[in-house]
Design a protein around this ligand. Structure first.
Ligand SMILES: [Zn+2]
Length: 325
C-alpha cells in the first residue's frame, strides 16, 4: 500500500486535518476547535492527541506516512520549524512546533506559512492543475501570496518572498497599511480594502447609490454587499469595484513581468465574487502587460476553497520529500 500524507491547516477558530494520497486523493478529513486559551499552549498537544486518536480509529501506523505537513498563521521559520507572532492563536512567543511533532511521531514534519501553503494547494490540485510555475493571490481580510517556480516554493532570503499584499501600488488615496507603509495592495484589494475605497469615493459621489447611502448613514458595508450592488448595476459600487480591479490587475502585471508564471490564481474569501471579478481583473491586467507576458500568463479563480490549505500541506510534504511529478 502506497504511503500517505497527513496535512494540517492550523487556523484561529479550527484546526483541519486530512489524510491525502500521494496522487492527491482526499482519503479522510476531520477538524477540531482551536483552543487559544493560556497563550495558545493547548494547540500543539491538542493536534498531536487528535492525530493519535484518528490514526488508531483508521487503524493506521506511523509507517503508513511519508510526512506531516502544516500551514500556520504568523511568521514561520520553515527550517527551524518554529512559529512566532501568530496573534489569532495567541502565539506571541516562539513555538517549537517541529520539535514537538518530531518527539511525538517518527514521521518527517514540514511547516510553512498559510499563504504559501494555500498557493501550493492550488498549484497542485486546484486551478494550477500541477503546473510548474504558479503564483497565488489570496484576497481575505488582507492579501497574502505564494510563488511556485519550477515546482519549488520560493521563500526568499529572509522568508518574505511572495508578500504581494505589500506591493506599493497606490499613490492616491494612500491608505495606511497594518505593516506601517502606505499604499500597499492589501489596503485596496482585500475585503477591508474594498470598504476603504467605498468610504473614500463616497465623499465625492453625487448620484444615487444604496451603498453610498449606507456609508453616509454610518452603517457597516461588507465587500460582499459592494460586489452584489455592482453586479446589480449600482453605478457607485461599479466605480469602487473598478478601482479595486485596477489595483489588483496592476499588481498581477508586476508579478507577471518578473516571473511570467503559467497561471496567477486569485483565491480567498473575496474571490467568491467569481467571474464578474475575474473578467475585470483580466482587463486591467492586460492593459498593463507587455504583449508576450499577456499572451503566456493566464489569470484564473482558485478552485479548492477551504481545502487549499489541506492539499497545500500535503504538497509541501511531497515537494520537500522530492516526490515531484
Ligand atoms: Zn503593507
Amino acid at each position: 500500500m502506497a504511503k500517505k500524507i497527513l496535512g494540517i491547516d492550523l487556523g484561529g477558530t479550527s484546526i483541519k486535518f486530512a489524510i491525502v494520497s500521494q496522487t492527491g486523493e482526499l482519503l479522510e478529513k476531520w477538524s477540531i476547535a482551536t483552543n487559544i486559551l493560556e497563550e495558545g499552549s493547548h494547540i500543539i498537544p491538542d493536534m498531536i492527541q487528535s492525530i493519535q486518536d484518528h490514526l488508531a480509529l483508521y487503524q493506521l501506523g506511523q509507517e503508513d506516512f511519508i510526512g506531516i505537513g502544516m500551514g500556520s498563521p504568523g511568521a514561520v521559520d520553515a527550517k527551524e520549524g518554529t512559529v512566532i507572532g501568530a496573534y489569532n492563536l495567541n502565539w506571541s512567543k516562539k513555538q517549537e512546533v517541529k520539535k514537538a511533532f518530531e518527539s511525538a511521531f517518527s514521521i518527517p514534519f514540514f511547516i510553512e506559512n498559510d499563504a504559501n501553503v494555500a498557493a501550493l494547494g492550488e498549484q497542485w490540485m486546484g486551478a494550477g492543475n500541477g503546473r510548474a510555475n504558479v503564483v497565488m493571490f489570496t484576497l481575505g481580510t488582507g492579501v497574502g501570496g505564494g510563488i511556485v517556480v519550477d515546482h519549488k516554493l520560493i521563500r526568499g532570503f529572509g522568508g518574505c518572498a511572495g508578500e504581494v499584499g505589500h506591493l506599493s501600488v497606490v499613490e492616491d488615496p494612500a491608505f495606511q497599511c497594518t505593516c506601517g507603509k502606505k499604499g500597499c495592495l492589501e489596503t485596496v484589494a482585500s475585503a477591508t480594502g474594498l470598504v476603504n475605497l467605498a468610504r473614500h469615493y463616497a465623499q465625492s459621489y453625487a448620484g444615487d447609490s444604496q451603498i453610498k447611502v449606507q456609508i453616509d448613514d454610518g452603517e457597516m458595508v461588507s465587500a460582499k454587499e459592494i460586489f452584489e450592488a455592482a453586479k446589480a448595476g449600482d453605478r457607485f459600487a461599479e466605480i469602487v469595484v473598478n478601482h479595486f480591479c485596477h489595483y489588483l490587475g496592476l499588481a498581477c502585471s508586476h508579478v507577471a513581468h518578473i516571473l511570467n508564471p503559467q497561471i496567477i490564481v486569485i483565491g480567498g474569501g473575496v474571490s467568491a465574487a467569481g467571474d464578474y471579478l475575474l473578467t475585470k481583473v483580466k482587463e486591467h491586467f492586460e492593459v498593463n502587460c507587455f504583449k508576450q507576458v499577456k499572451e503566456s500568463t493566464q489569470i484564473a479563480l482558485a478552485t479548492l476553497g477551504n481545502d487549499a490549505g489541506l492539499f497545500g500541506a500535503a504538497q509541501l510534504v511531497r515537494l520537500e520529500s522530492q516526490l515531484e511529478e
